[in-house]
Design a protein around this ligand. Structure first.
Ligand code: UN1
Length: 526
């Protein structure tokens, strides 16, 4: 057996690496983990198991005959107790010197790293994502914890001495936690996106009521366990699962702020709900995208075809960063489309447990419904160049497996060019003028990521100057618009993709989880 530590780390970018050793380990871990599935996984409140709420089971997306486990849809009482536990634990947690919090969280990073295959497999089974997507996500989460700790340290706990108005007036401005954060996480990156909100909350001295996606209780419980094993005290992070728990957390008395990643509609409804309170509380949200990619006349078309396909179809397109519309210069349109089709046809759709699978199942019946409606609209109003169908036979009958879909010829303004699908589905548009194409790509309500393929400096610069999105990429084969990684990218949602314009992992990320207080002390003149 290869030693896990000696193997290359899987990231979203190193797609050319030889991962034979990683696959060999996964070949062993996956069946072992599957054999242990089906347990009862209680919520965690104040460090204790909690079964208060209606129990529910979750079938695995890749095979509905396999049950992931039994979870509890937390009752209103359970949510209230979780908030109370967080409130009780928060002052003691914040009372620790920040360097102590950092050493505990750095230990959590080390433990997560040691358990990366366990978390990777749990995540693969729960989301139905490919092996490399799943392992990459765990590695991302390890780096994320380390990033937030390093950033807190760099800012020396966010205490800054200000100028003196008079020689004996001393002022320090300090960022303090809000208190209790509600963290509401999505299904697609249950490890990384949970920690992207939990870690900055707690490194800053807040406590958390964590609501994973209803189907993500398995990874969520493993994350909460890692934090406890690292020494995060009971009550600092409480986990409440379920369908009803999200609205309950957002509405709970005693929640001082919310961090949310998910759909635009849910994010905006939390924002509006909070705006009705007696005073404004922070709502840090990341809400999807309709991410455009531009294939210019100076593009390297092989790189572009690979990058667009990986971005549109990786994780079945269920990424807020996925490319959903490609604008292509007329001069290279036919050649690009040919290469895109050739690359897409090679992508293996199947059971995500298998090493060769690139496209696994989609997550829900609602998602399937959206897919089938989108495919029908595409056939009616444009031309389906590839895909558009649900697959059947064998494992395909035990999960929701669909073909990656490429559509062309839709009229400008069509809903498939403006509304987020969150599916393996991309629309191709032909353009004569790059500036006008970028304006069209900008004209949606979202502004998360955008990509371009341009070897020509002027075309590249036009993209950088004109694209209205928080995360831009150029000439990337590993993903046209996907694959942001802590310390290598920041991740800001513009317009309907976020609310603050401040990016995850950027210099302004951690301060969002704290509020400022100025301390002016008059010194006795000596
Ligand atoms: C999301 O899908 O909600 O940049 C975020 C990426 C991933 C995260 C996407 N790191 O593709």
């Amino acid at each position: 057996m290869p030693l896990a530590e000696a193997l290359p780390r899987v990231t979203y970018s190193n797609v050319r690496e030889n991962f034979a050793g990683v696959h060999k380990l996964l070949d062993g871990y996956i069946p072992e983990f599957v054999a242990g599935l089906g347990k009862t996984i209680p919520n965690v409140i104040d460090g204790r198991e909690d079964r208060d709420g209606t129990s529910y089971t979750v079938p695995a997306p890749f095979d509905d005959k396999v049950q992931l486990g039994t979870f509890f849809d937390a009752s209103a009482g359970a949510v209230a107790r979780a908030v109370a536990a967080a409130r009780k634990a928060q002052p003691g947690w914040y009372g620790l010197h920040w360097s102590v919090r950092l050493s505990i969280l750095r230990r959590a990073a080390t433990i997560l790293e040691a358990r990366k295959f366990e978390l990777g497999v749990a995540n693969l089974l729960e989301v139905g994502k490919s092996r490399l997507e799943a392992m990459g996500e765990v590695e991302e989460a390890v780096d994320m914890i380390r990033h937030f700790c390093a950033d807190f340290e760099k800012n020396q706990g966010f205490e800054t001495t200000l100028s003196r108005a008079t020689p004996n007036e001393r002022t320090v401005t300090v960022l303090k936690p809000y208190g209790v954060f509600g963290v509401i996480a999505p299904f697609n990156f249950p490890v990384a996106l949970s920690f992207k909100m939990i870690i900055p909350s707690i490194v800053s001295g807040n406590a958390v009521v964590y609501k994973p996606s209803p189907g993500a209780g398995l990874t969520a419980s493993l994350l909460v366990k890692i934090l406890a094993d690292a020494g995060v005290p009971a009550g600092v992070v409480n986990m409440v699962c379920g369908e009803k728990a999200g609205p309950l957390v957002a509405a709970a008395k005693g929640i001082d702020a919310i961090a949310f990643t998910g759909s635009h509609d849910v994010g905006m409804s939390i924002f509006r709900q909070f705006a009705q309170g007696p005073y404004m509380r922070p709502v840090i949200v990341e809400m999807g995208g309709k991410n455009p990619v531009y294939v210019t006349k100076s593009a390297d078309l092989d790189v572009a075809a690979e990058g667009v396909a990986r971005s549109a179809f990786g994780l079945q397109g269920q990424k807020c960063s996925a490319a959903e519309v490609a604008y292509i210069d007329r001069k290279v349109y036919d050649a690009f489309v040919e290469k895109l089709l050739a690359f897409t046809k090679k992508l293996v759709i199947g059971d995500p447990r298998e090493s060769g699978t690139f496209i696994g199942p989609i997550i829900s019946k609602d998602a399937l419904d959206t897919y089938l409606k989108a495919a029908a609209a595409a056939a009616k109003d444009g031309k389906v160049l590839h895909g558009g169908k649900r697959l059947s036979g064998g494992i395909f009958d035990r999960g929701l497996y669909v073909e990656p879909t490429i559509v062309a010829g839709l009229p400008a303004g069509h809903h498939l060019l403006t509304d987020e699908l969150f599916l393996p589905f991309i629309a191709l548009m032909l353009y004569d003028n790059l500036g006008a194409a970028i304006d069209a790509g900008n004209s949606v309500k979202y502004g998360l990521t955008a990509g371009a393929y341009a070897e020509d400096k002027a075309e590249l610069q036009m993209f950088l100057d004109r694209a209205e999105a928080g995360v831009l990429y150029a000439n990337r084969a590993s993903g046209a618009t996907t694959g942001a990684w802590p310390t290598y990218q920041t991740f800001a949602g513009w317009k309907g993709s976020g609310v603050s314009g401040k990016g995850g992992f950027g210099p302004y990320d951690l301060p969002q989880f704290m509020r400022e207080q100025s301390h002016t002390i008059m010194e006795k003149s000596r």
